[in-house]
Design a protein around this ligand. Sequence first.
Ligand code: GLN
Length: 237
Amino acid sequence: MHALGWSRADLVTRRDLDVPLEILEPLARRREAREPLQHLLGEVEWGELTLKVSPAALIPRPETEVLLELVLQCLRGVAAPRVLDVGTGTGVLALGVKAARPDAVVLATDVSEDALELARENAARLELDVEFVLGDLTANLAGPFNAVVSNPPYLPDADAARAQPEVRHDPSLALYGGPDGLALARRLVLEAERLTTRLALELDPRNVRVLASEMTGWTVTVHPDLTGRDRFLLASK
Ligand code: GLN
């Protein structure tokens, strides 16, 4: 479809299939070299959204759609909620919230200028109004927020040595969170204390219950991903 410039409907209805090999072959060679398909296509479909992707930010993963559902559940019944997405990357979670809840005031941070540029481009393409702020974690933003959501870098650093070739095309900054993977999530929990009474996180199944047990003063629930592994943490005060 990408090489032909066809839509899904074209694929079903058209019979004049004449694949342009001069376009397809270089793509096939890049894929053979284990470049992620999403980088070849330049975009990814994620929930209802089509997002531009690039090596500047993590390719949005399907499991993160569950995190969006969890944060939307937190916001049910709250009029004009104020929401913060920490480490927005492509902008996926912030844009997902704004698309589902047009009444929300959505802010999003990232420590990478290149990621924010991509996120801003995604917001413009989707015509969604999100405020993007450059900075570390919550970037000293002022609360209160009705919810803070984040899919922080959460893999243990040692995982880098056995990462699939495709994963090496994601920025390391987006993937790795220190020796046990929790360095950034721990700092975020501390910053969230003064900003919100609801925090929704995606974490590694190996460490989600570790962080949950450290979060004294919060009421914490753990939620599975689509494969049944502990992946999300919802905390409220
Ligand atoms: N929030 C973005 C996502 O969920 C980026 C996450 C990250 O880079 N760790 O895809």
